[in-house]
Design a protein around this ligand. Structure first.
Ligand code: ATP
Ligand code: MG
Length: 412
């Protein structure tokens, strides 16, 4: 909107400058025209002879009535003036009055208007033949009736394209805004739908969990494996539901997080211990190096731990044959660097800038054997950004990935 208003103001100023220039040019041309009219009407020639008779009401020479003589004079004077104006590049409506001063004698075109202040007027004092004949001063007044329209018409080659471009830009902006609102509406609708659906899924997932617990009490060799499958898959479903709901709450509220100053190291250690236990069961070598310093962060602990858990989960999910994961935390320049390094399948260069986008998953290779929704890293990025931190990614295909999050430390 600001750009459009700016363009209109610029166009308006251009128009004003253009009008001024057209006026200057007109004044120059009219100056030249007046000079030629003056010198042409100074001599005794066919035209001035006729005009002289008409303006002095002398119908003795021509064998005709005075009115016809005046009409003929008006006609010839008009074409004479039109010629002189055209010679100097002026092609616009005009009217005129040829008059003898201090008398009633005059000759005027039909459209001539007495005392109209709005009209542009030029008075020419004639010399030579006509004043001599009348024995008084003779003047010729030229009036231009539609001078502003004439100036605007001259600027048409500038005005019409600018108008067309301006209208096109306004149209484009309106169209872009309209489709933007339309898309926004669809995105909000889809998000609301997904969130409602996910919310609704929580109840059946909770019931399945409860029922599975009951079933476990009647567990035997035959049904044990099936109960285990139901329990695991139900847990995965629950995790995904939580992830979707967490992300949508982050999207909706700008102040979704409640920050408190927290000594972070003990919580990070606890997470590593838990992850270490899980890794052992899944044949993954997990080591961590955390210094004993407490490192105070202004954070929402639950989300930050969830984010790191997502990174560990990815390192475990996208593994190669003998999986090794290392978590390291250290202080560098008033920031806490937490890096998670794996020796897994790695990420192709072309995919690296996309993996933080919502729902993005690498589509090559046999990756789809690993389940996921492409939400984890988007969540991590949002959480780290809300904590005023940054994320670095280093990855090489078949060699492994290191993701480092850098969080500002609270000065103690
Ligand atoms: P979700 O986390 O929602 O269960 P996901 O793991 O597929 O699903 P993200 O965590 O956002 O989603 O990761 C996006 C994609 O980035 C993954 O699908 C995977 O292709 C790639 N990726 C992420 N971490 C690693 C890693 N450590 N090594 C190799 N590829 C990775
Ligand atoms: Mg993930």
């Amino acid at each position: 909107m600001v750009s459009i208003i700016g363009l209109i103001v610029i166009q308006y100023n251009y128009l004003k400058i253009g009008l001024n220039l057209a006026q200057v040019r007109f004044n120059q041309n009219i100056g030249k025209t007046i000079k030629t009219i003056k010198s042409d009407l100074a001599d005794n020639n066919k035209l001035t002879f006729l005009l002289g008779k008409a303006i002095t009401n002398d119908d003795t020479y021509f064998d005709t009535e005075l009115d016809s003589l005046k009409n003929a004079s008006i006609y010839f004077l008009h074409s004479f003036l039109e010629d002189r104006l055209l010679e100097n590049g002026i092609k616009t409506d005009f009217s005129y009055k040829l008059y003898v001063r201090e008398s009633e004698l005059k000759l005027q075109s039909k459209s001539y208007k007495e005392n109209d202040a709005k009209l542009k007027k030029y008075t020419i004092d004639l010399f030579g033949y006509l004043p001599n004949l009348a024995d008084k001063n003779v003047g010729l007044e030229l009036q231009f009736n539609k001078i502003n329209e004439y100036f605007l018409f001259q600027l048409n080659s500038l005005n019409i394209p600018s108008f067309i471009f301006l209208v096109s830009i306004i149209f484009m902006v309106a169209w872009v805004l309209k489709s933007l609102y339309w898309h926004q509406g669809i995105i909000t609708m889809t998000n609301d739908f997904i969130n409602n659906l996910t919310h609704e899924l929580k109840t059946p997932v909770f019931s399945i969990g409860l029922a599975t617990k009951m079933l476990q009490q009647q567990e035997n060799e035959k049904n044990k494996i099936y109960i285990e499958i139901i329990r695991n898959q139900n847990n995965r479903l629950k995790e995904h539901i939580d992830k979707v709901l967490q992300l949508s709450s982050l999207d909706k509220k700008s102040n979704a997080l409640q920050f408190t100053k927290t000594a972070f190291t003990p919580h990070l250690k606890k997470l590593c211990e838990e992850f270490s236990a899980i890794s052992k069961m899944e044949d993954v070598t997990f080591t961590y190096q955390i210094t004993d310093k407490p490192y105070t962060l202004n954070c929402e602990l639950m989300h930050l731990i969830n984010a790191i858990n997502n990174l560990l989960d990815n390192a475990k999910k996208y593994k190669s044959a003998s999986s090794k994961i290392v978590l390291q935390s250290e202080q560098k320049n008033n920031k806490l660097h937490i890096s998670i390094k794996d020796n897994g399948i790695g990420i192709h260069k072309k995919d690296q800038q996309n993996i933080f986008k919502k729902h993005f998953r690498v589509s090559s290779g046999d990756l789809y054997t690993v389940k996921g929704y492409g939400l984890g890293l988007n969540y991590v990025k949002k959480i780290v950004t809300l904590h005023k931190g940054t994320i670095d990614l280093e990855s090489e295909l078949q060699k492994g990935t290191t993701i480092t999050i850098k969080l500002p430390l609270v000065k103690t």
